[in-house]
Design a protein around this ligand. Structure first.
Ligand code: PNS
Length: 161
């Protein structure tokens, strides 16, 4: 059984992430979407909120599981029994950061391979950071995030955070 981990911050999940999850779920027998618990970042949504949003959007994908982790990604992948780390690349600007992480992860655990998928062209400009910025400034983000995530953003921003 081929199991992959798709790690990230997912603050919040975008349609670009979702596209990668759906395509990853077709390539691997099991896909674990894993949210990093990172105390040094100040996220908009808590890990629990992000997990709930992810679970909602993948509820019709039977081989996709949502989890969270802290510490090294490769150790989490090994604990899960995954042999692949899945990452998306949008533009050449993503490449350097992804290359560094992939090589470091390979050094830490050579038995775990990083597999990259090119982001769908419709999503190649979307990032969680830009979605939050545009939304907070009153811009239209429909089509960039799942409707349930847009609703959560509305609640959060209207609450004044
Ligand atoms: O969505 P992001 O923020 O680009 O995801 C980055 C992530 C979570 C994949 C990366 O920060 C990570 O794997 N962190 C876990 C700690 C770790 O293993 N660090 C060494 C990676 S080379």
């Amino acid at each position: 059984m081929l199991m992959a981990v798709y790690p990230g911050s997912f603050d919040p999940i975008t349609n670009g992430h979702l596209d990668l999850i759906v395509r990853g779920a077709m390539l691997f027998d099991r896909l674990v979407v894993a949210i990093l618990r990172n105390e040094s970042k100040a996220p908009l949504f808590t890990v629990e909120e992000r997990m709930a949003m992810l679970r909602e959007v993948v509820r019709e994908c039977p081989n996709v599981e949502v989890d969270s982790f802290h510490g090294l990604l490769v150790d989490f992948a090994a604990r899960k029994g995954a042999t692949v780390i899945l990452r998306g690349i949008r533009a050449i600007s993503d490449y350097e950061y992804e290359l560094q992480m992939a090589l470091m992860n390979r050094r830490l655990r050579p038995e775990i391979e990083t597999v990259f998928l090119m982001a769908g062209e419709a999503y190649s400009f979307i990032s969680s950071r830009l979605v939050k910025e545009v939304f907070a400034l009153g811009g239209n983000i429909s089509g960039l995030v799942p409707p349930s995530v847009e609703a959560q953003l509305k609640k959060r921003v209207l609450r004044g955070q």
